[in-house]
Design a protein around this ligand. Structure first.
Ligand SMILES: *Cc1c(COP(=O)(O)O)cnc(C)c1O
Length: 426
């Protein structure tokens, strides 16, 4: 019995699959107590896009702490916050011609989603939010209502209200544009769906199985929202901050959401931080109406600013994410051809990619086998059937190849034990 099994709640999850005691980390590497190293293809579930303890961010943080910089600041004006806002404007918003005000919420993703839903309801005076099949938006009750996953929803213990669920892109198969259905129900007073305040969407569903909406679907969605006076909220908590190549996952579609939520990799250092970006007209909050004691985590502002200034001053990161995303995609295609005769579905874009296994059991065996070989990689999707590569965007080419080779061998091992002939026949 360890102190963990002895003291920690049964709710713990990742630590069950990766049951070592980790102690140090650098870049794409994690080290356990015995000094063994693991390649990290989980990257804090998307909170470590720039890897662990990036030296530049670490130096900025150490310097700031050494000079007794403000650590906790509620929502007081601080130099660290001013520097973050300036970097966000100069590196991200201004070059993309995006005009947003920034709301600092409590430092978790789910808190940003709660704030986004609240302001959309307040501004429009309507209650219903449209969210999508397999969407994941967090585990507090408002965000959980918008989440599809039954495992998470089942834990609510209260009614999850105010949401109308619609099929995401591809949910009804190829060739069916589910935004047509949305438009139909919005224009039919008797559709049974009350006119919504907003549509809440992930451009690439992270927890829901790496389902990437097409650019065309996203453009149609934005147009339907506009025509019907419904706000568009993009939850970019996992797919944002460069994961798909661009800073925002919606850029490739050329759409401009009314509201955007950001968290996970925003601080760049695994420091908790979350914001809501709002079109200025929507910023109808009364002072303090939505607050949070830890909305001023200035240590996060320091590393976020350093990350924006370093990684987003040019196109290098975007280009390398596209290139390495291609490497991952080719390897997954290879695995699919070699062990499944191409029967599986490959999903995602940029460096957010997955391969949908026939069932969750096989996917789990693959990730368990990979872990034995020193690769930390997780599953996602309705039945945990999607093996999900989410390595740091900054991973070196050799480490990327090494991790993908471990994954390849894990698939080889597991499929050798499994009879996949039924798949081949199909
Ligand atoms: C992780 C995630 C959230 C919730 O963030 P927490 O910090 O865990 O509350 C919300 N939306 C998306 C898309 C996420 O991936």
């Amino acid at each position: 019995m360890t102190v963990f099994t002895d003291m920690e709640s049964e709710v713990r999850s990742y630590s069950r699959a990766f049951s070592k005691v980790f102690h140090r980390a650098q870049g794409e590497w994690l080290f356990d107590e015995s000094g063994r190293q693991y390649l990290d293809f989980l990257a804090g579930a998307g909170a470590l896009n720039y890897g662990h303890n990036h030296p530049l961010l670490k130096c900025a943080l150490i310097d700031y702490i050494a000079e007794d910089g403000i650590s906790h600041g509620l929502d007081l004006h601080t130099r660290a916050k001013a520097d973050f806002l300036t970097a966000l404007r100069d590196r991200i918003l201004a070059p993309r011609h995006l005009d947003y005000v920034v709301q600092f919420t409590g430092p978790t993703g789910t808190n940003a989603v709660e704030a986004a839903l609240k302001i959309a309801r307040k501004v429009t005076g309507r209650e219903t939010i449209v969210s999508f099949t397999n969407g994941f938006h967090g585990c507090t009750v408002g965000a959980l209502a918008a989440t599809g996953n039954q495992h998470h929803r089942g834990a609510a213990g209260t009614c999850l209200a105010g949401i109308a669920r619609l099929p995401f892109d591809g949910y009804l198969g190829d060739g069916i544009d589910t935004t047509e259905y949305l438009e139909k129900v919005l224009t039919d007073g008797s559709s049974g769906i009350d006119h919504p305040a907003a549509v809440l969407v992930e451009c690439v569903q992270g927890e829901g199985g790496i389902n990437a909406a097409s650019n065309e679907w996203l453009r149609n969605l934005a147009a339907v929202c506009k025509r019907n006076d419904v706000l568009l909220i993009v939850d970019d908590i996992q797919a944002g901050c460069g994961r798909t190549g661009d800073f925002f996952s919606f850029e490739a579609a050329g759409i401009t959401p009314d509201i955007v939520t950001l968290s996970k990799s925003l601080s760049g250092y695994g420091q908790p931080m979350a914001v809501v970006l709002l079109r200025p007209e929507l910023d109808q909050w009364a002072p303090g109406e939505h607050n949070g004691t830890f909305r001023g985590n200035n240590l996060a502002f320091v590393t976020a600013r350093a990350a924006l200034d370093h990684f987003w001053r040019d196109e290098l990161l975007t280009t390398s994410v596209q290139r390495k995303g291609g490497v991952i995609e080719r390897k997954l295609r290879d695995i699919n051809e070699r062990y499944f005769d191409g029967a599986l579905e490959l999903r995602g874009r940029g460096m957010m990619r997955g391969i949908a296994c026939p069932d969750g059991e096989l996917a789990q065996q693959v990730t368990a086998r990979a872990f034995q070989e020193g690769l930390i990689i997780e599953t996602s999707g309705a039945n945990d059937e999607v093996v999900k590569t989410l390595c740091p965007l900054t991973i070196g080419d050799a480490a990327l190849d090494q991790g993908l080779d471990i994954l390849d061998r894990a698939f080889a091992d597991v499929t050798r034990r499994h009879d996949t002939s039924c798949l081949r026949a199909a």
